[in-house]
Design a protein around this ligand. Sequence first.
Ligand SMILES: [Zn+2]
Length: 470
Amino acid sequence: MPRGRPRSGPPVQVVPLGGLGEIGKNCTALQHGEDVVLVDAGVMFPEEELYGVDLVIPDFGFLRRGGRRLLGVLLTHGHEDHVGGFSFLLREFRVPVYGTPLTLGLVRNKVRDGALHPVQPRQRVRLGPFEAEWVRVAHSVPDSCSVVVRTPAGTVVVSGDFKFDQTPIDGRPTDVARLAELGEEGVLALLLDSTKVERPGMTPSERVVGERFHQLFKKAPGRVLVTTFASNVQRLQQAFDAAAASGRKVAAVGRSMVDVIRAASELGYLKFGRDAYVSAEEANRFPDRKVLLLVTGSKGEPLSALSRIATRSHRQVRLERGDTVVFCASPIPGNEATVARTINQLFRQGAEMVYGPTSGAHVSGHASREELRLMIHLLRPGTWCRYTASTGTSSSTPSWPRGWGCLRTVSCWARTGRCSSSRPGTARWPAGRRWATCWSTASAWATWGRWCCGTGSTWRGTGSSSPWWP
Ligand SMILES: [Zn+2]
């Protein structure tokens, strides 16, 4: 059979329940007959105009209807936009959950233990007509993987979030050899993380952030506050290392930071000296120049530790002149205004601020354009589908992958229940758009099955639930 061609027999449907054309709530269903496996079940954080909404989760109504049977959930990595919707899913479906050890460590408080099945990269798991395999990729949380699902119609690869970091902090780069082997075996379809598709070249290594930490921690006259995604364990490791080199004790401020440091150190993904880590209260007893605080709130969430520090309403931490705040994140699209407000408030308190794209304190965990090209060249998929791209990106670059060696290139024009266009409690898919259309350069597209693109949102918080799935 030619590489990447569909096999005959019943079709396999790929149904994105979220994550397509939007940043967040990544969740993809693969269906063969009545059997379904789900890759990831994430949340999206509400945009500013979603008053009273705490989280936006995928609409799992799809799994409830049509006699579908959910066989299991396959996790790519432990970021909230890939695993945060679990607690909602597992209220209804008692299914096994598969993921690498740290990924499961990060979701352990969301699910009952019996449902969790740790897997190692390159391990295969059989689920009805599907066979899943995990392939290690570099990303901003350790133990990240692409998920390969062998279906009766052919192999579908969900890349998950990834980049080709040549000098990863944990010494475990993307498993290029296995990806190349999969390309030889034949890949029917690739769902590709294209968050940073507009950025040319290669994404810098996470290691450059550590070098910047060493400079900053050494010269800062007072306390240093570093805010980053709590799950970026490699960055936390670099912060611990630089703190040790500059004689600073480390304390975590914010629930998720405390949880991640505990989980990652217990599993051996984060290493530090016995006396290096203290509580936030204990940190107040040390001279300012001997303290590093790791603080949650890099997304500008109003209730996060950093936002409370910025408004002087945090119980333990009060900012003083001479303190340095290192902002290790770029705002998630839609959150720019909130993040800018927090930074302004910190400035007003006299803090030295290190932030922005030229600060050297942040690199993305996502592949740039040349890395996307490399992934496609390694896997040589029959079909290629952008994933996790912002709407602007999706609509402005419809043809850029042409000529990249695929049999077909596909742009999925699904509009993913854009929160910004709906009011909480009244979210409805526009009439006639329930099953969004796909655009394909090849007329043979339909021969291997229906590629159904459609997503929905269920609103949580004070907004009511309004699933739209038929
Ligand atoms: Zn991620």
